[in-house]
Write a protein of this length. Structure first.
Lengths: 237, 178
């Protein structure tokens, strides 16, 4: 067998052994399976909750910065489904689709106040449809202040109308540590900076921001600041 | 014998009763699937592997045969690892409050080790080449199984393997000299 193939097998086996075993993995699996939900079927009152979201327009340029301080990381967006009903679901804000109204399709970010999970729920008019997808709680590993939720990725297994799915390509959801008081973003084709609209919602454990870009969010940038205006974290995708 | 392959081949006949066969499959393959996700570049391999088994559980009635179920989980892990990388890679700049020195010191220690170099080499490969290499040389799948897992033709597997090995040879020429 060629030398390189032997070396590859050895090196891959060594690399794989870096992964520690996961005790009680099956217990965690069944807890996760248990959070899978049945479809909601009730009417949802959204207006009051939507009214609390704050929307601001911000033209932002992210500084090129010193590459020596750059780290590369991937965010986590684990998906699972969990029971969400009008009784336990608090709508934070719509994250995609055609807005409000009896014939409008939309995707709402809903907090399950019983479990603390955040779920994406398809809305037709004022009725929830199909199965939601819920987002695992952010961990802010590695000292990160921001976790980025790619809505296209998270919702890929949901049966969404095209108008909703296409709108998600323009939006990114950010979970941040609570000390993040403001988040600004940019979208860019590397030549031109665009304004973006940001909706935000602060909580005890996280702040949540929804950035809506004029086009796709490729090459987006973000900058998270605390109340004092100090940059806590910045980066881009 | 590759322990990952040994795990996968050592699964008994699943029971038709929901749960028992599934548990046996999970116990026998979960760690291997988690490592597969890791080798494919996932930053949270346990989560990827767990999600793959959650999805298998939902389809167990259709897939309650060892080979079908194993192939389904393997394919799901590959797809989840790939999509997460494609969509979620983010470059961050965090103000220097973190223990940068500690991280760089660790990196220096690892820099001379083969597996660290392999990780870098794998990261530079196109996603499809990386998948083929990991499935072939870690999971010991034959070309037909790789083609089935990735949803591509066997000829494409051969060509992709050839290109991947070529890239690794250029990255790591001493492997051929030893």
């Amino acid at each position: 067998m060629p030398q390189i193939e032997d070396r590859l097998r050895d090196a891959l086996a060594t690399l794989a052994n870096e992964v520690p075993p996961s005790p009680h993995a099956r217990d965690r699996l069944y807890r996760r399976i248990g959070t899978r939900r049945r479809p909601p079927n009730s009417v949802l009152a959204t207006a009051a909750a939507v009214a609390v979201m704050a929307a601001i327009s911000v033209p932002i340029a992210l500084a090129g910065g010193d590459e020596s301080g750059t780290t590369t990381a991937t965010t986590t967006t684990a998906t699972a489904t969990a029971p969400v009903t009008p009784e336990n679901g608090e709508v934070l804000f719509p994250v995609g689709g055609g807005g409000m109204g009896p014939k409008a399709w939309g995707l709402d970010l809903v907090k399950n106040v019983e479990t603390g999970q955040y779920c994406l729920v398809l809305r037709s008019g004022d009725t929830w449809q199909g199965e939601p997808t819920c987002i695992e709680s952010p961990t802010f590993s590695g000292g990160q202040a921001v976790e980025i939720i790619d809505l296209v990725e998270v919702t890929k297994d949901m049966d969404l109308p095209p108008v909703v799915r296409s709108s998600l390509e323009r939006n990114i959801l950010f979970f941040t540590r609570p000390e993040v008081a403001s988040l600004t973003v940019r979208s860019s084709d590397l030549q031109e900076w665009a304004s973006s609209t940001i909706s935000s919602r602060a909580g005890e454990k996280y702040a949540i921001f929804l950035a809506s870009f004029n086009g796709t969010h490729e090459h987006f940038g973000f900058r998270a600041k605390n109340r004092g205006g100090q940059v806590i974290e910045e980066g881009g995708g | 014998v590759n322990p990952a392959t040994e795990d996968l081949d050592d699964i008994g006949e699943p029971h038709t009763e929901d749960g028992v066969g599934f548990d046996a499959l999970f116990d026998s393959t979960f760690e291997a699937m988690k490592r597969l996700a890791y080798l494919l570049g996932s930053d949270d391999p346990e989560n990827v592997a767990q999600e793959a088994f959650v999805r298998l559980h939902g389809r167990w009635e259709l897939l309650a045969e060892p080979e079908k179920a194993k192939a389904y989980v393997r394919r799901t892990v590959v797809n989840l690892s790939r999509s997460r990388l494609r969509h979620l890679r983010v470059t961050r700049r965090i103000p220097p409050e973190r223990p940068v020195d500690e991280a760089s010191a660790e990196a220096k220690v690892l820099a001379d080790q083969d597996h660290h170099r392999l990780r870098a080499a794998l990261a530079r490969l196109p996603a499809r080449q990386r998948q083929v290499i990991v499935l072939r040389y870690w999971l010991d799948l034959d070309q037909g199984a790789i083609a089935q897992t990735l949803g591509i033709a066997v000829g494409t597997v051969k060509a992709t393997t050839h290109h991947a090995l070529g890239n690794l040879r250029r990255t790591w020429p001493e492997w051929e000299e030893r």
